[in-house]
Design a protein. Structure first.
Length: 424
């Protein structure tokens, strides 16, 4: 039953791409996605080993050559744009879209093309690899899904700055939806004058966490009377909210909120923006957000605060792809093939999102299968449980229920005397 259900869901997922793909491409793409989810490594040889039942006598080396040759021919970016059009109805004006700046580091990068300098912002460790701009949004209860992933190299000939790479991603969203939908959330790395200009030009709604440790080089805005004011000069708190640690039930803290109007010059005009300041009990430094959403009351300021700190879902999606599905173990020499493989991970994540949505439907067979797999564990049916169920049941079924070549052996022949014996 589980084999049939998985095959049906994967067929339905790719059915909309019949005009984009030929039959051999469709078959190879299904094999690549199946190999990623089962092998949990971005290595073509491991993907080929997971599809040995479909090889029809081909060696692993031959399969790897076929995957490698066909990978650049897949119209993956066009396919993901079609998927983006399908997500359009789910993106409301206040739906947060999380932009994450991360990287894939390569300790051993012999023969790999266009390796550039990387910088791990969370650990502050320089390295070699590829930089990535990833976009995702939240659905359901504490689950995220990746919408688009753009990889680039700092040593590339066309690379100028991170802001230019973000602009390419914004253009993809604009081309798919005809506008920039939702609210774009950026970490402190987005505290950039050029990025703010691009967002204003695209007429996008945004929330940027500002760098509050500038000291004497504090940012300057204008107040309602067009007088210059420093970003960190604040009045008394105007409201409050409660922050609760999801990992520790008893860990609740009070967050003091303040907000005010500021103006910024753009194309000779003064643009109205809002600053939101939040100070959590026990934290030495406040958090400051710059947004063009209208902030007039406590609830609107608290919504910005809580939506921003849900961006851990985006980081969880990328961490799952690196740790659980082995995305960082990629070994392709061509940078174009590397970018294609990263887009394939986006499709794999959206396929898991589809399986999870199908599991949550009333009376769903998938929900019963996943619950039976989880057993008595206190674990919810989330997207990561879908990955574990997919791997366990698929491999378990292959070993236990695969029909042997000679399952029904012929009966032993009954000896009988010959009517005409051979004289020789």
């Amino acid at each position: 039953m589980q084999h049939y259900q998985i095959s049906k869901e994967m067929h339905d997922f790719f059915r909309g791409f019949k005009k984009e793909l030929t039959k051999p491409q469709m078959k190879r793409l299904k094999e690549l996605m199946n190999g990623i989810l089962l092998g949990k490594k971005a290595i073509l040889s491991e993907v080929a080993r997971q599809n040995r039942s479909k090889s029809r006598g081909k060696t692993v080396r031959k399969q790897v050559e076929q995957y490698s040759d066909m990978l650049p021919k897949f119209p993956l970016e066009r396919m993901i744009r079609e998927k983006l059009e399908g997500f359009k109805t789910q993106i409301k004006p206040d739906t947060p879209l999380y932009f994450d700046f991360t990287d894939i580091t390569k300790e051993f990068y012999k023969k790999m093309d266009c390796i550039g300098n990387t910088w791990d912002g969370s650990e502050g460790i320089p390295g070699k690899g590829y930089e990535i701009v990833d976009v995702s949004f939240e659905y359901g209860n504490r689950n995220g899904v990746s919408l688009f992933r753009h990889a680039y190299s700092t040593s590339g000939k066309d690379h100028r700055s991170q802001t230019k790479e973000i602009e390419k991603v914004l253009q993809v969203l604009f081309d798919s939806w005809g506008e920039i939908r939702g609210t774009l959330f950026f970490d402190a790395g987005g505290d950039n004058d050029n990025l703010i200009k691009i967002l204003l030009k695209k007429e996008a709604t945004f929330v940027i966490r500002m760098n509050s440790n500038r000291g004497a080089r504090d940012r300057i805005f204008f107040d309602e009377e067009k007088n210059p004011v420093k970003m960190m000069s604040w009045s008394e708190p105007q409201g409050m909210t409660i922050w609760q640690n999801k990992k520790k039930r008893g860990d609740k803290r009070i967050v003091q909120l303040s907000w005010r109007k500021v103006y910024r010059e753009y194309n000779g005009k003064m643009i109205l923006l809002y600053l939101v300041k939040a100070r959590r009990d026990g934290d030495p430094n406040p958090v400051v957000f710059l947004t063009n959403r209208c902030i007039e009351c406590e609830s609107e300021a608290a919504k910005v605060y809580h939506q921003y700190f849900k961006r851990g879902l985006e980081e969880a999606v990328f961490k799952c792809h690196k740790d659980k599905l082995g995305m960082e173990k990629i070994q392709l020499e061509s940078f174009e093939k590397v970018k294609q493989f990263l887009l394939l991970y986006v499709l794999a994540d959206q396929f898991l999102y589809k399986l999870h949505k199908a599991a949550l439907k009333v009376g769903s067979i998938i929900y019963g299968l996943i619950k039976a797999f989880l057993g008595c564990e206190q674990r919810s049916v989330n997207k990561w449980a879908v990955i574990d169920w997919f791997t366990h049941f698929y491999l378990f079924s292959e070993r236990k229920y695969k029909r042997p070549k000679h399952r029904y052996r012929p009966k032993q022949a009954i000896p009988s005397t010959l009517l005409s014996p051979n004289p020789i």
